[in-house]
Design a protein around this ligand. Structure first.
Ligand code: 13P
Length: 197
C-alpha cells in the first residue's frame, strides 16, 4: 500500500509539472479492490510538498482508515465512478487547460486524432454540471464514461480513468492533447472527426 501511495505522489507531482493542474487543484486515486480501499490525495495540499504519508486511505462510504489529512473534497466523485465502473482501478481529475476550455463550454471534444480510438474509446463527452463535492459529480460522470477513458465535467475539469494509474495518466494526457490540437486545427480549417479507425 505504501508503494502505491508513493506512486500517487510521484504521478501527481509529474502532472503538476506537466501543467495538468495548477495550485492544489485536481486529485488522484487508486482503488484496491481486494481491500475495498481507495487511496486518494488529500484536500488542498501542495503537490511540491506532498508525501506518501499524506495520502488518505478510505472506504467507498467515506470511512477513513488511514491518514492525517482530510481526503480530497471530491472523494465522493471518485467513489461513484468506482461503484459504477468496477473495472476502473484509478481515477485522475485534472484541470488541464485546453480540455477544461471544452468543459467551460459544455462541449464534447471531437475524436480528431487516432489516439481517440486507440486509447480513449472515441470522443470525450461532457458530464452534466453538479455541485462540487457531491456524489452527483461522479454519478453524472459515470454515465458519459461508458466505453470511454475519460470525460469532462461541466465548468469544472477533466476526469480520466484506467485499469491502473499509468493508464489513467496516459488518458489524461491524450484528452488534453486532443483538445489542444482541435483548438489549433480549428484556427486554420475545419477539423474532421474520425468516426472510426
Ligand atoms: P481537492 O484539493 O479537495 O482535491 O480539490 C481540488 C479540486 O480540483 C476540486 O475539484
Amino acid at each position: 500500500m505504501n508503494k502505491m501511495k508513493q506512486e500517487i505522489v510521484d504521478k501527481s507531482l509529474q502532472a503538476f509539472h506537466a501543467g495538468l493542474f495548477a495550485g492544489t487543484s485536481g486529485n488522484m486515486s487508486v482503488y484496491l479492490k481486494e481491500e475495498d480501499l481507495m487511496l486518494i490525495t488529500p484536500t488542498s495540499v501542495r503537490y511540491e510538498t506532498m508525501t506518501a504519508e499524506d495520502i488518505v486511505a478510505l472506504k467507498l462510504d467515506g470511512t477513513i482508515v488511514e491518514g492525517h489529512y482530510k481526503p480530497s473534497s471530491e472523494w465522493r466523485m471518485h467513489a461513484e465512478v468506482y461503484k459504477a465502473h468496477p473495472d476502473t482501478g484509478a481515477v485522475f481529475h485534472t484541470h488541464s487547460p485546453h480540455a477544461t476550455a471544452f468543459a467551460a463550454n459544455r462541449m464534447s471534444i471531437p475524436a480528431v486524432l487516432i489516439e481517440a480510438h486507440f486509447f480513449l474509446g472515441g470522443d470525450i463527452r461532457c458530464a452534466d454540471y453538479a455541485t462540487p463535492g457531491t456524489p452527483e459529480v461522479g454519478i453524472n460522470a459515470a454515465k458519459v464514461l461508458e466505453g470511454r477513458g475519460g470525460c469532462t465535467l461541466a465548468n469544472h475539469g477533466v476526469l480520466a480513468v484506467g485499469k491502473d494509474l499509468s493508464q489513467a495518466y496516459l488518458n489524461a494526457e491524450y484528452i488534453e492533447d486532443m483538445a489542444r490540437i482541435y483548438i489549433l486545427a480549428k484556427q486554420i480549417g475545419q477539423p474532421i472527426e474520425l468516426a472510426q479507425l
